[in-house]
Structures are given as C-alpha cells and as structure tokens.
Design a protein around this ligand. Sequence first.
Ligand code: C5P
Length: 295
Amino acid sequence: MNKQGDSCLVIEAPTKLNLFLHITGQRPDGYHLLESLFAFTRTGDRIKIAASDKLSLDVSGPFAKDIDSPVHDNLVYRAVKAVEKHVGMAIQAHIHLEKNLPVAAGIGGGSSDAAATLVGLNACFNLGITDAELYEIAGTLGADVPACLSKRPQFVTGIGDLVRPTALTFAGHIVLVNPGLAVSTPTIFKAFHDHSLDFQPSLGDAPDDAWTSIEALMSKTVNSLQPATIALVPEVQNCIDVLAEAEGCKIVRMSGSGATCFGLFRAPEEAEAAAKVVKSHHPEWWVRVDQLVLA
Ligand code: C5P
C-alpha cells in the first residue's frame, strides 16, 4: 500500500507508568493476573511514518543502540507485519523510531511504540481498522500493548489486556529515574515466586476513587514486583531512596517490572528541583521530568 507525499505523520509513543501494580494470581499457562493503574506521560519515544516504495525502519535517539537487532524482532516492525496480515496487503512506508526511553525499563517503551505504530499506520494509510480490531491486533503483540493504544489513564486487569478508562484527580509532575540496568520481565516474575511473595487481594468492584487519588495510591496500593526486582537489582532501592528524600515528593515507586522508578510531585518546580538533585548525585543515571496525562 502506498500513499503520495513524504512525511505522513509524527506520533508520540509516551512513557507508560504503573501507578500501582498488584499481582493477584497466575493462569495455568503461566501468565500472571494483575490489577494496575496505567497512566501515561506527555512524551516518550516518537514515531515518524512516511510513504515510501518499500518497507524500512530506522532508529535514532539516545537508546537506539539498545534496540534489538535484527530489526525484525523489533515490536514496531512486528506491528507493521500484524497490520499487513490484517489488511491483506503490503505496507510501503519508511518508519523512523526516535528511541528516547531506556529499553527493558518497566515504562512500556516497546509496547507504546507498537501501539503508536498501529494507530499511526491506520491514520496514515486510511486503512479503516476499527478500534476493536486495533485492540485485538495489539493483543497479539504483547500483554500491555492494548492498554497503550489510548494513552489515557486506565484500570487494567486480566493479564494486562482488559482495560477500563479512568481519570486521575491530581496534577502529576513526574521524575523518572533509571539506574541504567535493563530488566527482563519474565526474570522478575520468576523472582516473585522464588522469593515466595504473596499475591495481592483483588480490589474487586471498588469504585475508581478508591485508588485514583494520591492519598489512596499511597495508602492502598503497591507494586507487587518491587521487592523481587530490588532483590535482583539493588540499585532500584537507591533510586527510590534518593527520590523519597526530595522535597515535595508525594509518592515514590517502581513502574512495571523495573528498573525505572518515579517520584510524583504536585508542583512542576518541585519535580525540576528533584531531578537536578538526583542528576547531581548520580550523573550516570537516566533522569527525566514529565507530566501525567490526567484523563
Ligand atoms: O506479553 P509480554 O511479551 O509483554 O510479556 C513478557 C513476559 O512477561 C511473558 O512472557 C511472561 O513471562 C511475563 N508476563 C506474565 N504475566 C503478565 C504479563 C507478562 O507472566 N500478565
């Protein structure tokens, strides 16, 4: 499929944060059941799609060097192939991925890139894929790719594939900190069992406001995987400790299976000041300030 003209569109593939992540059980096929509040920041990776006479993909940005080689393993490429299969024709596009987020970092990089690619191709080439179909295609690419389609806060259940839109009730200025260590999600799930960590009781039919305020997040929720990741990657505890000391930090927690941690602040200047302090103490860490999308 081709389209006249050069650059078709630029689409943001934002950072995904698990404001909480409760592991509530395990399916017979090994996948874990979870309950999680997914939220997205304003920025992250970026994908540019341009019509071309053949399919190609290239990557730039600070973390381009960490992208899987060969390119066929990349989730963006796999997203294109999934779209081709769905529409039954070849996509002729040049896709550029600007990789600004660390990989294997618990902030959805690959999943968010894949979701943005699906949405972008559909818009760019007028493919007419419905939201329900996009959601289904996304599910074939990874457990949390469907949740990354909307880029809005969602209560997520199942294995990460069942989503319910929700809204946050606070201004969330975020400081992201990663100690520079890639973390394998399956390894962390294994460590969760090796350390005999407990499943979290289900939140059941609790209303959204039981977990969408800062106070409820702090007092009623956790990241079930955090102790397992800290056991394998002790630097995560250092990230948490440094953020927790920052003035105005309301919540500090690891996202996903790590190793990225986030501090949540009400005021932008508090977040900027905290990031500056973290950077000055740990120039080798990845530190980024961003803002949550609230609804
Ligand atoms: O689906 P995705 O490729 O993101 O998952 C990576 C791995 O993480 C899975 O192969 C599985 O080992 C683990 N996982 C899990 N339960 C989930 C999601 C992922 O055990 N709900």
